[in-house]
Ligand binder design. Sequence first.
Ligand code: ATP
Ligand code: MG
Length: 557
Amino acid sequence: MNEEKSLNFLEEIIEEDIRNGKNDGRVLTRFPPEPNGYLHIGHAKSICLNFSLAQKYKGKTNLRFDDTNPITENVEYVESIKNDIRWLGFAWEKELYTSDYFDTLYQYAIELIKKGLAYVDDSTSDEIAASKGSPTEPGKPTPYRSRSVEENLQLFQEMKEGKYPDGSKVLRAKIDLENPNMHMRDPLLYRIKHAHHHRTGDKWYIYPMYDFAHGQSDSIEKVTHSVCTLEFVPHRPLYDWLINHIGIFPSKQYEFARLNMTYTVMSKRRLLQLVNEKHVEGWDDPRMPTISGLRRRGYTPASIRNFCERIGIAKRENVIDVGLLEFCIREDLNKTAWRRMAVLDPIKLVITNYPEGQEEILHGENNPEVEGGEGGRNIPFSGALWIEREDFMEHAPKKFFRLGPGLSVRLKNAYIVTCDEFEKDSKGNITTIYCRYIPNSKSGEDTSGLKVKGTIHWVSVPHAKTAEVRLYDRLFQAENPLDTEGDFKESINPTSLQILEKVYIEPDLLNAVPGKGYQFIRKGYFTLDTRSKPDHLVFNRTVGLRDTWAKEAKKNG
Ligand code: ATP
Ligand code: MG
């Protein structure tokens, strides 16, 4: 269990910093979501990483809403993000908003202007793009680059006061138009946007760009290790340049590979399209890779944390098999889910020698994987049972260890039965099968001496309750939906949701609560849907039982 794990590259950096007494050994990380959508499993990786790194080195983690884009952000997203982080099991030190720093950031911009390191540019965005050149061609100054400090101060203040329309001016850093790194070719710091902000209201007509807000916010909070994804590697020189030239606390940026996963898309922008175009029920649709979707599907916080731990952190882009996520939830639910019986596609089994009108209360463990079984539940039994259609075959092949004419099985937690006859409807579908039971073969007190190979699940007909069951498959058919020719939504799996309207469940399942996992014996892991109603129960299948991923892993060594 406690085998020594080698350090990941971030842990190595932090330990080195602590050894050198950097920041007095203090570790402060942050998780900086933009509140423009619900969090997805990729964010979970970043959350687990930032919070666990801090925990490991007795540090802290801030939650900072990166709310610099007034148009796409709102309070619903803020609340959902906080809820998801708490649910994952993490507690932030401070809840902060980049918008709280707008005044400070504005002052920083003025300082840069005063130092001759920023200027107001009236060029259009196309003109700016063209003047920047290309990676192989140096950029050229626009006519506005040589504006005086006074003029820049005046114009920037007027931008702030709302005197100019959107897009008519920007504030740019004056760095180096020939720098091989395009991000250093006089990047934009501020844009004009006459927009209402969900926190600052109508106070601002200018909003800082990501590059001007992010590092400065890190610095204001005295974040020591600012961890982000690899696409920000080329932004790092700018991150350092701004902090150095403003002369504020030297936060440092480190990059790791973002999580990509097969058969899904992982960007809020695309997930929002799925929601808006009603390809899914909402952000928390159980097929979505969002944390809220996974939660509704029946994933546990422990399974997601475990998944993030297993994939580790890398410095190279990679794609994780979604099978690993499924493996992690299966592993967790095998230890925690309570066993119950439900019949998804029923036929009737009548026990011909069971005394008419008799019932019994049998007992079943909640979880045989745990010592003591975690208690148990009562299971009513009678002479009429629902069993799965697939557990009976009229012409059974040799290794079919279930029911067919003359075949015997054990009924889970109950008796051994032998099939004598069956009935079909006019279309040739089996409707009822007739069996005899062996009275002294009851589970736990079997003195029959009989041995049978198969055990099947069942629900007593007079005691059965009903529920709707939703079976989910991958939302996309393509391993990488973004590789699809045309729109990624063309690879949406048309059969990703299968609804079984009437499933028979054992009565104890009336006590089910959302968030608790149940293994429907032989059928998979299920949880009560958050929108389930007492008079219309709905269960979601979290994941099937078959462990295809482990098999594959074995095969591939
Ligand atoms: P998206 O493209 O899905 O909108 P984002 O990076 O724009 O993602 P933010 O809200 O800006 O989303 O991200 C908050 C934090 O989560 C950032 O530090 C970001 O690097 C991290 N993050 C986002 N997606 C992933 C991912 N797939 N894997 C790991 N970390 C991620
Ligand atoms: Mg973003």
